[in-house]
Design a protein around this ligand. Structure first.
Ligand code: ZN
Length: 603
């Protein structure tokens, strides 16, 4: 099934859902029933009657009957006035409202509803004169289609959930019930999707964040401002260190900038206008300066670049800073670590000559590849280019050369890629990295963004070999993106079983009884002196000892529920043999004390 067929099939199932609901409860009034990711929904007004999960089976049974009966989907048209009459006579006030809007102007109906998604016929600003309907069996619906030919042609489906939704998404409008379903071409694909959904619930980083004691939130601190516990902070620091060390190896130098700045910096950069109400404002009591918490670091870094004359021989200049930015996101959109108001970016900026773009992109791609290989996530990249419209700033020739250099670098790195025109930012083309997690979901992680505008706004320059002045190109790059968002992906990708190098507590020693304690002292002094080098340099082993007077079974259960990657079990026999029993997520084995360090370094 191609995308169009899948779309038609899901949309047909939305009609069949509504048809089934109408057979069960003829008083049902229908809103809209569009296709969404992996499925469809229908907004239904059933007055006082509430659809509950328990009724899904009943509705699905009715849907199966309709599918088995196999009515054709028949398309026909009506004049707009006939259609309005039809809606009125059939007691469908929501359809009547939509039709009246369409009669006035095609775009009115389209404005607060995505008309295309809804399958409504709209024709720019013009009033609509004729609308199309689709009929399957006794159910008729205003719709632009397309549909499958026959009800039998739909694939495997399942109703998933029901949620309240205001008519046209506006508070104050009647509250409808939004009935969601998922649908795939085959039962196997549907089963796989449902399994993934189940997996996703178990891996939810908000659930694991609490269970593994990684972060917390406080009403007193505020929404979207997570607080990291000791364990979560180790994880954050390790990731930040890894990203920093990786970039330092690729020629970046660490810089530091303050978290507040004068308004004028962002007026010059253009962020004052762009970020507008997302800025947290700060008032100085000493000066008349109007200040803001930084929403990003690029403008600060331009000022370090501009702090001294640069020659073509100094280029490229590469800065890195892993630092927290503040954005006053809408509180309704905040939840977990996915979207926060204090986001820590592993930010980097390259100031390069235009002829160095390809090499610099290559450098960043190599770093990103290494990072995601270590993390065990497959990468795919999207190249976002400009289109022919006038909304882009900077020289067109520069754009073309830059886009070609981006593509050449991606190809040279043997990365899976796809290209999209019209997706670039107005100030330059970019590369977005999409990483696939353990249950097949794709997340946007790192980005490499070219920028022709900020160097101009800040009047950045370098001296060329003929002593003339030229503007550098700026390349923004974050490998992890925001550490908070990255952690939400990483926690769910690993289901909390972090790789050994990243785990907050890497090793837990579990004693069988107190007679082994002198031997445990030997083990701990070995661990204390051990420094791990991969992939983050100079990390001491993070370990604890559980020598409580509890059963070994209980100690193992606790260590496993905290997902400690290495459990060292020590009993009297181990003391005698000068070894330890190593227990990891996937195996159990004996390791001699003299091999312990080598063993850990291999993990
Ligand atoms: Zn930047």
């Amino acid at each position: 099934m191609d995308t169009d067929q899948l779309h038609a099939m899901r949309h047909s199932l939305a009609h069949i859902t509504a048809a089934a609901v109408q057979r069960l409860w003829p008083e049902a009034k229908f809103g809209v029933g569009p296709v969404v990711d992996n499925g469809f929904y229908y907004d239904i007004d059933l007055g006082e009657r509430k659809i509950s999960d328990q009724q899904f089976a009943k509705i699905e049974k009715e849907m199966r009957k309709l599918i088995e009966y196999g009515d054709d989907f028949e398309r026909f048209t009506m004049s707009i006035d006939e259609a309005i009459n039809w809606a009125r006579e059939n007691g469908q006030p929501y359809k009547e409202e939509l039709l009246n809007d369409l009669k006035r102007s095609g775009t009115t109906a389209a404005r607060d509803l995505d008309a295309d998604e809804l399958g409504l016929a709209t024709d720019g600003d013009a009033a609509v004169e004729e609308v199309s309907f689709y009929k399957n069996g006794t159910f008729t619906d205003l719709c632009r289609g397309p549909h499958v030919a026959n009800a039998k042609d739909v694939g495997a489906f399942k109703l998933l959930r029901v949620a309240g939704a205001y008519w046209r998404g506006k508070e104050g409008n009647p509250q409808m019930q939004r009935l969601y379903g998922v649908a795939f071409a085959t039962q196997a694909e549907l089963d796989e999707y449902l399994e993934r959904l189940e997996q996703a619930k178990l891996r939810d980083h908000r659930k694991l964040g609490k269970e593994l004691d990684l972060y917390t939130t406080s009403q007193l601190v505020g929404v979207g401002l997570p607080l990291f516990t000791p364990r979560g902070t180790v994880l954050r620091d390790i990731m930040a260190q890894y990203s920093n060390q990786l970039r330092q190896r690729h020629g970046f130098e660490k810089v530091w900038t303050p978290h507040i700045t004068k308004k004028e910096l962002y007026e010059t950069s253009g962020h004052w206008a762009k970020f507008g109400d997302e800025l947290f404002l700060v008032t100085s009591q000493e000066t008349s300066d109007k200040m803001a918490l930084k929403p990003m670091n690029c403008p600060h870094h331009t000022q370090i670049y501009a702090s001294k004359p640069r020659s073509y021989r100094d280029m490229p200049v590469r800065f890195l800073e892993t630092t927290t930015d503040y954005r006053d996101e809408k509180t309704g959109e905040l939840g977990g670590l996915n979207r926060v108001r204090s986001l820590t970016q592993d930010d980097s900026h390259v100031f390069a000559r235009p002829d160095q773009i390809k090499e610099e992109i290559n450098n960043l791609l190599a770093a990103a590849r290494e990072l995601y290989e270590t993390i065990g996530m497959k990468l795919r990249v999207r190249l976002s280019y400009r289109d022919d419209s006038d909304g882009y700033l900077g020289d067109k020739g520069l754009w073309q050369s830059a886009q070609a250099q981006l593509k050449a670098a991606v190809e040279a790195n043997d990365l899976d890629f796809f290209e999209e025109e019209g997706e670039a930012a107005f100030y330059g083309p970019k590369i977005d990295f999409m990483a696939t997690d353990a249950i097949g979901r794709e997340h946007q992680v790192a980005t490499v963004q070219l920028d022709f505008v900020q160097p101009e706004r800040f009047g950045l320059e370098y001296t060329t070999d003929d002593s003339s002045k030229r503007q550098p190109v700026m390349i923004h790059c974050a490998l992890l993106g925001s550490i908070e968002r990255f952690l939400s992906v990483f926690i769910e990708h690993t289901a909390g079983w972090f790789p050994f190098w990243a785990a907050p507590e890497q090793v837990r020693i579990l004693t069988i009884n107190d007679t082994v304690l002198p031997y445990v002292d030997e083990i701990t002094s070995i661990l204390t002196d051990t420094v791990l080098m991969k992939p983050v340099k100079y990390n001491e082993v993070r370990f604890t000892t559980d020598s409580r007077n509890e059963s070994l079974g209980k100690k193992i259960r606790e260590a496993s529920s905290m997902k400690i990657p290495v459990q060292l079990i020590v009993g009297p026999k181990d003391v005698e043999a000068r070894e330890v029993s190593v227990r990891t997520q996937s195996r159990e084995e004996k390791v001699t004390l003299s091999n312990l360090v080598a063993y850990l370094q291999e993990l």
